[in-house]
Design a protein around this ligand. Structure first.
Ligand SMILES: Cc1cc2nc3c(=O)[nH]c(=O)nc-3n(C[C@H](O)[C@H](O)[C@H](O)COP(=O)(O)OP(=O)(O)OC[C@H]3O[C@@H](n4cnc5c(N)ncnc54)[C@H](O)[C@@H]3O)c2cc1C
Length: 433
């Protein structure tokens, strides 16, 4: 197995690691390097969850075979490197799809399990890990099968790759009537209206886009999308585009973002509109623009994502007021309601509302995000480790109450600490208080 050295980043490109990377194509090759380094997927986490600047990493993306598909039971068994986009493309015409999809189809099954990702239907179906029936985890030279419900399974789901390398998983699928999605879009004039409509919605898939440059009475205005899968043929997707080089600093300056957001809001008529879109277009809207992360320029960007309990929704309004006056807001701001479902001890979801905001990696961004992290902690909320670059170690224990139990299982699974990533070291996640 060859190790290739070089620099690599997560999706935000603001943090960079240097070191050797192995990319095994067969399980036999994986066995030769397992135990030496953490596994990574397609590096769609934003900051240092998929980096190991003190050592090496094992890229799992070539271990992407479909091992078994049972259309009667609605289950699929896959290698961990298969992407959710490829799985969806393969299964949807056959009447099934992954029951939970994050906002990018480039996430691998291994990465989706290790972060216990959530989708636009979290309220009704829970997290990705809750759709996993069993996992095969490679640790200490042995492949072990973990089944849903066991402590080991709950440590691996959302477990940041610290209990071993996930090589294979069996997933329960959701029925999919066709390749179309009926999407109803409505303008929301304020944060309060946005929250009220998220609460009232009975649609299976719901997501809000927010104009984070708006302040005062308009804080939290945006567009709410409610959707359901339908047996309708969508119009062909627009041609995929690509951002071929790093955009200059001015591309996402305050005035540009304000103008873009105002135009984006006006796309939806005052009375709202309903359209049939393709599965890819609805679930993975940003994937149509390859390398869109270059829009933030060479220095990259950070994403802040938190969830706050339902009763503390107003904390998000305070955050949006603060962001609106920071001069750093980007067009990518998403609001979703989450249910209580979570598959693992370190899973992000809690019942409440989640807000995700991208910030260009300028000097001021660190202070803005640290303040947002503290506002989250103050109301008993949680920051998502797939996105985080600025949490402090002592903030983790209160946000992730099962942390100590998880850390004990991780220590047993990986006594030498060979699976630690930069995130795990930065937040001292493997130290039990
Ligand atoms: C545009 C965009 C939209 C997104 N939308 C959402 C969303 O809606 N909801 C959401 O929850 N997340 C979302 N994300 C985050 C993304 O889904 C997660 O970060 C996911 O973990 C990325 O998967 P990956 O394969 O790229 O994993 P990586 O980023 O490479 O790794 C993530 C973690 O998984 C571990 N890991 C990866 N593979 C394995 C394996 N085989 N065995 C053990 N550990 C492994 C790594 O060590 C690391 O800790 C989004 C990301 C982007 C870029």
């Amino acid at each position: 197995m060859t190790w290739r050295s070089g620099s690599y980043t997560g999706w935000g490109r603001a943090l960079v690691a240097d070191g050797p990377m192995a990319r095994p194509e067969r399980l036999s090759a994986l066995h030769k390097v397992a135990g030496q380094a953490p596994a990574i997927g397609n590096r769609r986490s934003y900051a240092d969850a998929c980096l190991n600047d003190d050592g090496s990493v094992i890229d799992m993306t070539r271990l992407d075979r479909i091992i078994d598909f049972d259309p009667n039971a609605g289950t699929v068994t896959v290698e961990a490197g298969v992407t959710l986009g490829d799985l969806t493309t393969l299964l949807a015409p056959r009447g099934w799809m992954p029951a939970v999809l994050p906002g990018t189809g480039h996430a691998t099954v291994g990465g989706a399990i290790a972060m216990d990702v959530h989708g636009k239907n979290h309220v009704s179906v829970g997290s990705f890990g809750q759709q996993v029936r069993s996992l095969t985890v490679l640790r200490n030279g042995q492949s072990e099968v973990e089944t849903a419900g066991s402590d080991e399974f709950r440590a691996s789901v959302g477990g940041l790759g610290q209990t071993g390398i996930i090589t294979q998983a069996t997933l329960s699928l959701a029925p999919c009537p066709g390749t179309g999605v009926r999407v109803r879009e409505r303008r929301m004039d304020s944060f309060d209206e946005h929250i009220a409509q998220l609460e009232a919605s009975t649609s299976p898939f719901v997501v809000g886009w927010i104009d984070a440059t708006a302040t005062g009475d308009a804080t939290g205005r945006g567009i709410m999308e409610e959707a359901e899968l339908v047996d309708r043929t969508p119009p062909p997707d627009k041609k995929a585009k690509s951002v071929p080089f790093d955009a200059p600093h001015a591309a996402l300056s305050g005035p540009v973002v304000r103008a873009f957001n105002a135009a984006y809001l006006r796309r939806v008529p005052a009375m709202g509109r309903t359209r049939i879109r393709s599965i890819d277009d609805f679930f993975f809207p940003l994937d149509r623009i390859a390398n869109w992360n270059r829009l933030y320029g060479k220095r990259g960007f950070h994403q802040f994502q938190c969830v706050v309990p339902t009763a503390e929704a107003d904390a998000l309004k305070d955050m949006l007021e603060f962001i609106g006056t920071s001069g750093l807001a980007s067009p990518l701001v998403v609001l979703k309601k989450l249910g209580e479902g979570r598959g693992g001890m370190m899973s992000f979801p809690m019942e409440g509302y989640t807000l995700a905001v991208d910030f260009p990696a300028r000097a001021k961004a660190a202070d803005v995000i640290k303040r947002l992290n503290q506002m989250t902690a103050d109301v008993g909320g949680r920051v998502y480790l797939a996105k985080d670059a600025f949490l402090e170690p002592d903030q983790v224990a209160s946000m992730y109450p099962d942390h100590a139990a998880w850390a004990k299982i991780a220590a047993k699974s990986d006594p030498e600490g060979a699976l630690m990533t930069a995130l795990v070291r930065r937040l001292k996640l493997r130290e039990v208080a």
